[in-house]
Write a protein that binds this ligand. Structure first.
Ligand code: ZN
Length: 309
């Protein structure tokens, strides 16, 4: 698509025209050519009287646009600015909404919304990727305070960290999930791991995960170190994150961590092209406690996890 190591300035000049962005977005959305969302027909007529072209299926006449059912649906921001935002999010150093608003010259609210929509695409992508092979899980605290007390500090967050680990002891896939600390008796109690296992382990996994607890028994310093890295990153880029949106920021961290040796731009653009958007009211109405306890048990057998309610 473009040389991986281009600078931001070079990137902007490569994608300064909307039609170049449209071409690349088309290839990302329909890598095998146009496909009608209604009847899967592969030929369409292009109607170019609007800012963004419309595609009219030559079989069923259904019309669809390039940004329908994508993260960009309904946007009034030019695609070239979206592309710049994706580029900046794909960089290892990351970007926050204030920085983005200054760099691409949009209002803070627009930048905030773009950042959250990109995170939403990353989150949806993460949801399709499961932990496989040898899996380790531990609970951890983010923003741990130093004074010893069993009472929760307002900013302290309980999370579960799960990872697939290869034979060399390297983490090949990471998941961090915020836990509902209101359901825990005190800050030393570990949250139940069954909901995490149910949600994040591949169904082909036959070996039970190795579960460590933060305050009791042998600690998993590899995973605790990753939780600390996530916390540091949230502090460095976003100056800390409130409880309400914490999960998407953790998902963003895991998304980048799981692709740390790859070029993220094309993957993130693809995620944006196949993910339906999230609206501003949906974003601000997001529930604080995403993880609720559900009564179920997971047991492991030779054919994988059986998930009985
Ligand atoms: Zn059709």
């Amino acid at each position: 698509m473009f040389p991986a190591a281009v600078s931001f300035e070079e990137f902007c000049s490569l994608f300064q025209r909307e039609k170049d962005c449209m071409r690349v977005l088309f290839e990302s959305k329909w890598p095998d050519g146009f496909r009608c969302p209604k009847c899967a027909h592969t030929h369409a007529y292009m109607i170019t009287t609007r800012t963004l072209p419309l595609y009219q299926c030559s079989s069923c006449d259904a019309q669809t646009s390039l940004i329908a059912s994508t993260i960009f649906q309904g946007t009034r921001t030019p695609l070239r600015l979206w592309f710049q935002a994706i580029y900046l999010h794909a960089r290892p150093e990351g970007v926050n909404a204030l920085q983005l608003s200054r760099i691409i010259k949009v209002t803070y609210k627009t930048a905030w919304l773009i950042c959250h929509k990109l995170r939403h695409a990353m989150q949806k992508q993460n949801e399709e990727e499961f932990l496989t092979g040898v899996i380790r899980i531990t609970d951890a605290k983010l923003c741990t305070r130093t004074t010893a007390s069993s009472a929760w500090h307002q900013q302290e967050q309980s999370v579960l960290v799960g990872a697939s680990v290869d034979e060399q002891g390297q983490v090949t896939r990471l998941k961090i999930q915020k836990q509902n600390k209101q359901l825990l008796k005190n800050r030393y109690e570990s949250p139940p791991t069954e909901p995490f296992i149910r949600e994040h382990l591949d169904r082909t996994v036959t070996e039970p995960p190795i579960i460590s607890r933060n305050y009791f028994g042998k600690r998993d310093y590899l995973l605790l170190g990753l939780a600390q890295k996530a916390q540091q990153r949230l502090a460095d880029i976003f100056r800390g994150v409130g409880e309400k949106h914490l999960q998407v920021y953790l998902d963003q961290f895991c998304y980048a961590w799981n692709r740390r040796s790859q070029s993220i731009f094309e993957q993130l653009l693809r995620a944006c092209a196949v993910t339906s958007t999230i609206t501003y009211p949906q974003l601000i109405g997001r529930h604080v406690n995403r993880t609720q306890l559900v009564p179920w048990t997971a047991t492991f057998n030779k054919t994988g996890i059986s998930k009985a309610s």
